[in-house]
Design a protein around this ligand. Structure first.
Ligand code: HEM
Length: 187
């Protein structure tokens, strides 16, 4: 029998499912775009090209990893694992998060513009695909922060996955570039 009281709960479930689709759509959309796009290897990056552009991107990517590390420390403070002033930490965490996202954007735009998503080399494939997932994880993190009804483990798990993906994206391109075109375990 039709029960009107079940409507709001069912509506919330469908809404929750829609939110879960956002990170998947971002990851898939970026991958599709990167595969379809015709790259321009000479693409400009803040007035630099080729090796100069690569070096600047690698340095900015390293700053992004640094910000991700700061975010982990701030999160540990908020969870009481390490001591720190309660009052300002959430605001600093939010500002650093926005900065990290803003810093990543020009690098990612140049990557897609200059290379698209080529799948010929393991390291490059891991880098490009991990970066697509990284933006899906960025979205998932924001969604989880905003949805207070989710279980307590959801936030540290999405935050941890995001930081791990940032580290992987950095390892497979920025470190490779700064370390004379080599990283342990990958060509
Ligand atoms: C969806 C987003 C992204 C895609 C599809 C992508 C893809 C690529 C590809 C295909 C390369 C060429 C690798 C090579 O030939 O060695 C590359 C290089 C690179 N990427 Fe990304 N990337 C993305 C986001 C990022 C982000 C967020 C960072 C920040 C750490 C980053 C940092 C770098 C660096 C430092 C290089 C080496 C410099 C260069 O070759 O220009 N990428 N990326």
């Amino acid at each position: 029998m039709y029960d009107e009281t079940q409507q709001p709960a069912r509506g919330r479930r469908y809404l929750g499912l829609l939110w879960a689709l956002v990170p998947a759509a971002i990851t898939g959309g970026l991958y599709w775009f990167g595969r379809e796009y015709t790259p321009d290897y000479a693409a400009d990056f803040f007035g630099k090209q080729f090796a100069d552009a690569q070096l600047l991107k690698a340095q900015m990517g390293t700053a992004l990893l640094g910000l991700a590390a700061v975010q982990v420390l701030l999160a540990l403070c908020m969870y009481g694992v390490i001591p720190g002033p309660d009052r300002y930490i959430p605001t600093i965490h939010r500002v650093c998060g926005v900065l990290a996202f803003a810093l990543s954007l020009p690098i990612a735009i140049h990557c897609i513009h200059a290379y698209g998503i080529p799948l010929g080399n393991t390291r490059v494939t891991i880098h490009a695909v991990a970066a697509c997932f990284m933006y899906g994880a960025f979205a998932a993190k924001i969604i989880v922060v905003r949805h207070r009804r989710l279980p307590g483990w959801a936030l540290p798990v999405t935050g941890g996955v995001l930081v791990a993906l940032i580290a992987l994206v950095w390892y497979t391109a920025a470190l490779w570039d700064l370390n004379n075109y080599s990283v342990p375990g990958l060509e």
